[in-house]
Write a protein that binds this ligand. Structure first.
Ligand SMILES: *[C@@H]1O[C@H](CO)[C@@H](O)[C@H](O)[C@H]1NC(C)=O
Ligand SMILES: *[C@@H]1O[C@H](CO)[C@@H](O)[C@H](O)[C@H]1NC(C)=O
Ligand SMILES: *[C@@H]1O[C@H](CO)[C@@H](O)[C@H](O)[C@H]1NC(C)=O
Ligand SMILES: [Fe+2]
Length: 477
């Protein structure tokens, strides 16, 4: 019996070490046909202003609570504050309910924003289509959204991931492809409008065009927001030094529902997923509010209710592109061990304008004086996926480090978006879609086995198998 046990461990060791040494990822040779990475002109129909006096524009919704029974509906009225009310109901043109929101406005240098409305609509039914109307009289506008199913371990749900979108023709292509994917909610990994590439008045104007640009999707389904460096807008030369000013005025998040003290980091649960949003550009080291919050939030994760644990951040922790190389190291040093301990399924990031996926690896044993100094295969580690490939005006990050590091599984410098189609507690289908191929040709795709449930099942199977071979002797392996 003893020799059999030794043999089993030996085989396991061999396969682990060959994985550690022998694997090499794929660097795609695909070369996309170049489109100019220029912003769409201001007068283009992609930014069309809705007709009518003071008509609501830049309509966007996001989840409004912890569990998906509320939405926050936001919009801008250009001429006067107008009504803060949302009229809504479950059948078209029959708005039997209403909710009252708030209005705010801000200046950015000499730019004066429109009137920005945020309205929480709560107490909704799960899995229900709602129609809503905002604005008044002839300028009113109507939209709809679908609430998610009740939280549950085997609830199927399809998320889309978009990052670093901007407002170029490539951005439009990404957005259109995403909208044909059938995904129900966007997990947005930061860098929205790239308005900070402009100066003075144009910064505000480009936030407005972006709001109108994405409305075709954001008015109908929630986008879960996280902030990137282009949201910081620290521009002392024009007297603007309050970080995230435009972003925070315009994009609400349900941070209070997860007991966060800041809209920059928070969590939501939706269908079978627990989604944690982190801020790469807010303090996160030990004892900061974000660190304390994440520590507490991770305790609340209940894999029996929401098997899928997903983390969003802007700066990738594993990235082998020359662009932004190692910028995620500071957050890795603080949070990676928590991600591994909690068996996070996948971490999505943006920032690098290319696509990259890692193997399941971790580098948590090194402590400056001793330990492994290299990422090692780790079944409890998340897959790290970078989708900073939305298509903004800065263009592609085309220079990958050579040779491809062992932690990198697949990388390609193209524009695109991803989808994560959760099937049940154990299986999810993941796709990355490059723009040139349209929606039907997934370039990188694989089945994600849930870290909590897949490994539990595996352990149970292994145990059963082991008990059988050792003839009932209780043992731990
Ligand atoms: C906000 O709108 C009010 C009412 O139109 C106006 O008086 C005020 O100056 C605006 N504030 C900012 C910061 O633009
Ligand atoms: C540092 O890492 C080594 C090797 O993993 C370990 O033995 C040691 O206890 C660690 N020291 C601290 C202070 O964590
Ligand atoms: C979970 O989904 C996968 C993929 O569709 C399927 O193969 C598997 O049988 C499902 N598991 C259960 C328990 O239904
Ligand atoms: Fe970025």
């Amino acid at each position: 019996m003893q020799s059999l046990f030794v043999k089993v461990t030996f085989v396991a060791f061999i396969s682990l070490s060959s994985a550690a040494i022998g694997y090499g990822g794929v660097t795609s040779k695909f070369v996309r046909s170049e489109w100019p990475s220029v912003d769409i002109p201001l007068n283009n129909e992609a930014f069309a202003i809705p007709k009518g006096h003071n008509a609501p524009q830049q309509v966007h919704i996001t989840q409004g609570d912890y569990d998906g029974k509320a939405v926050i509906i936001s919009w801008v009225t250009p001429d006067e504050p107008g009504s803060n009310k949302v009229h809504y109901g479950t059948s078209e043109k029959n708005y039997v309910h209403s909710a009252e929101g708030t209005v705010t406005n801000y200046t950015f240098h000499e730019y004066k924003s429109g009137y920005i409305h945020h309205c929480l609509v709560d107490g909704l039914e799960y899995d229900t289509k709602y129609y809503y109307k905002i604005g008044s009289g002839e300028s009113s506008r109507e939209f709809w959204f679908q609430t998610p199913p009740r939280i549950g371990p085997d609830v199927p749900y399809k998320f889309g991931m978009i990052g670093d979108l901007g407002q170029t023709y490539n951005s439009l292509s990404t957005l259109e492809h995403y909208m044909h994917s059938g995904a129900q909610t966007v997990l947005f990994v930061g860098d929205l409008s790239y308005a900070d590439r402009y100066q003075y008045n144009d910064v505000g104007l480009r936030w407005d065009t972006w709001g109108r640009f994405v409305e075709r999707s954001t008015a109908y389904q929630p986008w879960i927001w996280s902030a990137g460096n282009h949201e910081i807008e620290y521009m002392p030369y024009m007297g603007e030094v309050t970080p995230f000013k435009s972003y925070l005025y315009r994009y609400a998040t349900p941070y209070l529902a997860s007991k966060s003290s800041s809209p920059m980091w928070y969590a939501v649960r939706r269908a079978s997923a627990h989604i944690i949003v982190l801020s790469s550009y807010s303090p996160f080291v030990k004892y900061t509010p974000q660190w304390f919050w994440l520590k507490e939030e991770l305790k609340k994760v209940d894999r029996e209710k929401t098997p899928w644990l997903i983390v969003l951040m802007h700066v990738p922790i594993y990235n082998s592109n020359e662009a932004h190389f190692m910028e995620g190291e500071s957050m890795r040093a603080v949070f990676e061990k928590w991600f591994v301990r909690k068996k996070v399924d996948v971490v999505f990031a943006g920032h690098v304008h290319a696509y990259e996926r890692s193997y399941r690896i971790s580098n948590i044993n090194y402590n400056v004086s001793s330990g492994d100094r290299y990422p090692m295969p780790d079944k409890s580690a998340p897959v790290y996926i970078t989708v900073g490939d939305g298509g903004n005006q800065e263009g592609l990050a085309g220079r990958f480090r050579d040779p491809q590091p062992e932690y990198s599984a697949f990388r390609e410098a193209s524009y695109g978006h991803s989808t994560l189609e959760i099937k049940n507690r154990t299986h999810a289908f993941y796709h990355w879609n490059r723009n040139d191929d349209g929606k039907k040709v997934p370039t990188d795709s694989f089945v994600i086995h849930n870290r909590h449930w897949a490994s539990n099942l595996r352990r149970r199977k292994l145990k059963k198998h082991y008990l059988r071979i050792v003839g009932g002797r209780t043992a731990t392996i």
